[in-house]
Design a protein around this ligand. Structure first.
Ligand SMILES: Nc1ncnc2c1ncn2[C@@H]1O[C@H](COP(=O)(O)OP(=O)(O)OP(=O)(O)O)[C@@H](O)[C@H]1O
Length: 506
């Protein structure tokens, strides 16, 4: 029986050290979680599996690790300042705060006209006016005061601050002075770091289309209502690919990546019945997307997005490139007045420049971990009527690959043998091997079932050549217990390397 409720998983995660509430001892910081000794292993294993598949096993992918602190212009031209946000403005006199577009909508026409002129925006285009004001907030604040924008609370003209966004992006200040010019963001997605490095990567690697850039890293969103454990949090990790293709080939590659990603999640152990591809209808699409397929997973709290695979057209590179007018960009992008790089591709045959289209498979690491835990959690009734909880994670993903257990803790020959064996197996580089000498053997098995350790290796009297029958024929053999079947086999210690390598191979 899989986990039926999130509470069951939350309890297991806390009890066994997978995941804890962030800042817990001070009452917790909402929307943050800390990965404990086992959680960090599981999460790393998932990320490594993704990296191996998408970077190492392919010949058309490069990796990247861009910075989390991001220049505000990156997120300006990406559209995040405008679309991840509500623009806000304060009246210094009344201390009232307003959403800028709502405030302007209700102003007398004469006031609005003055503003349009001040910001050099064509009359009647309120959206463009707001965007222009947000692009030049210092100028906009002054212009609002000069134009006599009224405060609805008093009906009197206000003394307006520069407008600013209040949105899901976390702001910070880079350098010692907290001023507008020093403002930067914690990235709300890893993707932008890839787009702005497109030319760097292309120049450094001489890639030909199609090719991709892959990145794993933290992203931050000031979610208004974080909930459902690690499903919706304010600090999370993403595994993102931006796959660059020729316009016209985008639909093929979009379908290709949906299939690839579905297959990969199944390889990670998620069952096909719990994975539902969902084609977003036109009205749900983000403004930059031509098509998006979400991979939904049947989480304990409901069917929700695990990964999104979007056809983002030439919006992203087109937004961040210089020379926009020369590149025949099809997406609607902001006029870029700051970029110093041509984020385009020169066709090796025709010599013509164009902006590649982008297919983006974007998956949440934390949502992945939650899905793996939910899928693996199993409550089993044993033949003797007892119940056990077992985490049936794929051995490759399990936080601990094998536990080496001395049968008797008070026999130095046995404990020393077990410690040496642990060190020998650890040196194979297969992941974490644990020397386990807490509790009796039954408790050790139970604990390792619950945290998903696929193999329990026990060093006993036979191992050290002290068999009950007085012979030494079982010397240097150990028992290996399988987590799922609970069956035990006896292997010579020299066979363990081959055994583990085989079982932990992808
Ligand atoms: N607040 C969050 N907490 C955890 N993971 C997240 C969060 N927001 C996004 N993700 C992950 O990043 C992936 C890509 O981000 P994207 O912007 O497409 O999400 P989204 O469509 O905004 O998600 P949602 O609609 O659930 O808020 C998502 O599929 C998800 O796995």
């Amino acid at each position: 029986m899989p986990a039926s409720t999130l509470d069951e998983l939350v309890a297991l995660c806390k009890r066994r050290g997978f995941i804890f509430q962030g800042s817990e001892i001070y009452g917790g910081l909402q929307g943050t979680y800390d990965y404990g000794p086992l959680g960090v292993e599981l999460k790393n294993n998932l990320k490594q599996a993704w990296w191996r598949r998408n970077v190492y096993e392919r010949d058309d992918m490069e990796g990247l690790d861009a910075s989390i602190l991001t220049h505000r212009l990156v997120l300006h031209y990406s559209g995040h300042e405008a679309t991840f946000a509500d623009p806000m403005v304060d009246n210094r006199i009344t201390k009232k705060r307003y959403r800028l577009d709502h405030l302007l909508k209700d102003q007398p026409e004469a006031v609005l006209s003055r503003l349009y002129r001040a910001l050099e925006v064509e009359e009647g285009h309120l959206h463009a006016l707001v965007q222009a004001m947000m692009a030049f907030p210092e100028r906009a604040g002054g212009a609002m005061t000069a134009a006599g924008v009224l405060d609805p609370a008093t009906g009197e003209p206000g003394d307006w601050t520069p407008p600013r966004y209040f949105n899901m992006m976390f702001k910070t200040y880079v350098g010692p002075v907290e001023e507008e010019a020093a403002l930067a963001y914690l990235r709300p997605e890893t993707a932008q770091g890839i787009f702005i490095n497109f030319k760097n990567v292309l120049d450094a690697t001489s890639r030909k289309l199609p090719f991709g850039i892959a990145q794993i890293g933290k992203a931050f969103r000031n979610e208004i209502t974080p909930r459902n454990f690690i499903f919706r949090v304010r600090e999370f990790e993403q595994m993102e690919i931006e796959y660059f293709v020729r316009p016209g080939e985008d639909e093929y590659w979009h379908r290709y990546w949906v299939e690839e990603r579905l297959k990969w999640w199944q390889e990670m152990g998620l069952s096909r019945e719990n994975l539902v591809p969902y084609q977003q209808p036109k009205e749900e699409l983000a403004h930059y997307a031509k098509a998006t397929v979400d991979i939904l997973y049947r989480f304990p709290h409901g069917l929700e997005e695990l990964e999104g695979i979007a056809n983002r057209t030439d919006f992203d590179l087109g937004s961040h490139t210089k020379d926009q007018d020369e590149l025949g960009i099809t997406a609607k992008v902001l006029r870029n007045e700051h970029s110093t790089a041509r984020l385009a591709y020169r066709d090796p045959d025709t010599g013509k420049w164009f902006v590649p289209y982008v297919i983006e498979p974007s998956a949440g690491v934390d949502r992945g971990v939650l899905a793996l835990l939910a899928e693996a959690f199993t409550r089993e009734e044993l033949p003797n009527g007892e119940e056990r909880i077992v985490l049936k994670l794929k051995p490759q993903l399990a936080p601990i690959k094998a536990a080496v257990i001395p049968l008797a803790k008070n026999r130095p020959e046995i404990t020393q043998y077990a410690k040496a064996l642990k060190a020998r197996l650890q040196a194979l580089g297969l992941g974490r091997i644990l020397y386990e000498d807490t509790g009796n053997i039954g408790k050790a098995y139970r604990r390792h079932d619950e945290v998903g350790t696929p193999f329990a290796i026990t060093v006993d009297y036979d191992t050290i050549g002290q068999s009950k029958d007085g012979t030494t024929k079982l010397k240097d053999t150990v028992t290996v217990r399988d987590r799922d079947t609970m069956e035990q086999i006896r292997l010579h210690v020299d066979e363990l390397e081959g055994f583990l390598r085989e079982k932990l191979r992808w």
